[in-house]
Design a binder for this molecule. Sequence first.
Ligand code: PA5
Length: 431
Amino acid sequence: MSNLSLDCENLKPFVSDLEVNDLQPQVNLCHDELEDGSGQGSDYLGWMRLPSCFSDSAEIDSAADTIRNSCDVFIVVGIGGSYLGARAGISYLNSSFSNQLQGGPEIYFAGQNISSDYHADLFDLIEGRDVCLNVISKSGTTTEPAVAFRLLKQMMEKKYGANGARNRIVVTTDSSRGALKSLADELGYRTFVIPDDVGGRYSVLTPVGLFPMAVAGINIKELMEGARQGEKLYSKPSLDQNDAYYYAVMRQLLYQKGKTTEILATFQPAFHYLADWWKQLAGESEGKDLKGIFPSSVEFTSDLHSMGQWIQEGNRNIFETFLILESSRRQLKIPTFKNDADGLNYLAGETLDTVNEKAWLGTASAHKEGGVPNMTLKIKDRSPYSLGQVFYFFERAVAMTGYLNGVNPFDQPGVEFYKKNMFKLLGKPGF
Ligand code: PA5
């Protein structure tokens, strides 16, 4: 059963069925390359079978329980693909105010920037409280999380002693390489392994995403069941049967028509970090060789009062993908006021979901009339099962778009440029 549905009705004036069908042979070729590992970046295709190869959540759940019972504050240290999946999952599934309301430790993130104030504020916040942390880095050498980890490790060793700190630190890294792996071996940290054939931004369904989500109280078994269903649904070559490929084809056709920016538009604050995860997945995978759609995101209706103007009447180089939640967990109804001074009685008795839905429908047709092709991916609910499908849907779609556009969707050579300059300026040996 699919918890996702793709609606491309509003693309009709911009993309024809014929153009879609004409791409099927190329999709077949790219699909075969993905399946038989004959395409670019084939050393990093492990993500494709993560859901069907996942047998048991027991090890992750038991480590997560230990952490949940040992601290008030849990800090996830990582950047890029070693950060965004966990953050996306936790904010998609938990309360908007989970740090204040939910049982279990408060969850914070570190090492996703090098801001002194951010980290100093975090230290203020955790002062006097029991802390556990999960440091995540596949290479084990990324500067941002390494700096944050050094600071936090020092603080924890001072507070708990070396032995006490050891029991509060969990490392997620490569099976054999990198400074973090050596450190974990030397100091005896509990360690989860990131499979060799899974790159950072495709790693949300490994312990990189699963362990922090489990600490946040999320049912990762259900999430992986949803992802497994996604693997079944989105591993078929035919565009008639595979919405992830259909979405990829629409993106590619729009890109070829000069629609070089895709805006992922959500109407749910809970989707904020999912959009960030998607931007990283699409941006790092597709933006290379002077090609690629620029992925961006907006959060409606807030951004209808800011970026809405640009989208309606600005440069026509954009297309939009609405990410819509079909049904909220809880329904709030607009009350009736005897004195209709605010003029809202015409909405009395309506749910906020109804109003939000009309806002989406009104926006989609206004943007279409304004020359912005748009499509909608509807998600049934905010369950782990649906989220597992969403993760897999976008991974398949982005891999397919990369291959359709002739780039390697599994490397990120461009990321090294800033690092080289920064290391040179910092006087790192060898630079
Ligand atoms: O997708 C990627 O590969 C990157 O975004 C990495 O996840 C990011 O650079 C962090 O790398 P690492 O996990 O090696 O610290």
